[in-house]
Design a protein around this ligand. Structure first.
Ligand code: CP
Length: 305
């Protein structure tokens, strides 16, 4: 049987997302659901970049499902001395029952997956962050917001999270507005996937350069750091993004009950003020917790067959 990979949200159907959201709800209520599912299984975690949430939520989740996680620091592997990703995939497939990979190029994850006989999960690449967005969809579902008519606005730098949000929301037929400077608009590849998916789902993507217009009457405002891991700091970029900070003034243009989301880590005082992040509209801690429950649901989906 072909291994079930999870490289982007494109890989799973709307029905599978619905199933995962319901399963995550049950798992959140009962930490011990499927507690022996991964017994005797070892899942590797190959990380080329820093992580707090992705690493810890997967390690805790694998442990709660009865499995064993093995953290692999690529700097200490032969990969860093020239062994190819293809050869590494062939070898790891003989020791492990799965691999979670966080790296720079999305092509690396694709190359690993196409040479692997074990399931591969994308724990973030420069292009996509599907595990983050799967759990964000769960947070929206829990809040009762994941339905037609949702006004969802992403504000700031259009990065890997933005691309995954565009794919995830459009797969469910929901609209997304991106408020960003003209030079930091969503990546072409994600817009192409949106174009294809929206033909059947009917979803709309609005890209607006005016942040106040973008958040007008929004039910959800989502942001992320202005400089993603691996990007270089640039004064020009910071200057262009100043007016896209989530602060009290910007929030006042949104719906009164607007929910504020941030995938974390945050740079308080840059893309979001502490006042908003710690304020009554913020759901960032619920959002962070849900990484654990949504990813456990993903593991149950991958390994229950
Ligand atoms: N949001 C997220 O992926 O957090 P980490 O970088 O800490 O894993």
């Amino acid at each position: 049987m072909k291994a079930r990979h999870f490289l982007t949200l494109k890989d799973i159907s709307q029905e599978t997302i619905d199933y995962l959201l319901k399963l995550a709800t049950r798992i959140k209520k009962n930490k011990f659901l499927c507690k022996d599912l991964l017994q005797g299984k070892s899942i590797g975690m190959l990380f080329d970049k820093h992580s707090t949430r992705t690493r810890l939520s997967f390690e805790a989740g694998i442990n709660q499902l009865g499995g064993n996680s093995i953290y692999l620091d690529s700097k200490n592997m032969q990969l860093s001395r020239g062994e190819t990703i293809e050869d590494t995939a062939r070898v790891l497939s003989r020791y492990l029952e799965g691999l979670i990979i966080r790296t720079f190029s999305h092509q690396t994850v694709k190359d690993f997956a196409s040479n692997s006989s074990i399931p591969v999960i994308n724990g973030l690449t420069d292009s996509y962050h599907p595990c983050q967005v799967l759990s964000d969809l769960f947070t929206l579902f829990e809040l009762g917001l994941l339905k037609k008519g949702l006004k969802f606005t992403y504000i700031g730098d259009s990065n890997n999270v933005t691309s995954s949000l565009i794919i995830g929301l459009s797969k469910l037929g929901l609209d997304i507005t991106v408020g960003c400077p003209a030079e930091y608009e969503p990546k072409e590849e994600a817009v192409k996937i949106f174009d294809k998916q929206s033909r059947s789902s009917g979803s709309r993507l609005n890209i607006l350069n005016d942040p106040y217009q973008a958040v007008k009457e929004a039910d959800v405002i989502y942001t992320d750091v202005w400089v993603s891991m691996g990007d270089k700091d640039s004064r020009k970029k910071f200057e262009a993004l100043q007016m896209y900070q989530i602060n009290k003034k910007l929030l006042s243009y949104a719906s009164g009950s607007v929910k504020v989301m941030h995938c974390l880590p945050a740079h308080r005082g840059q893309e979001i003020t502490s006042e908003v992040m710690d304020g009554a509209n913020s759901v960032v801690w619920q959002q962070a917790e849900n990484r654990l429950h949504a990813q456990k649901a993903l593991l149950v989906y991958i390994y229950s067959r």
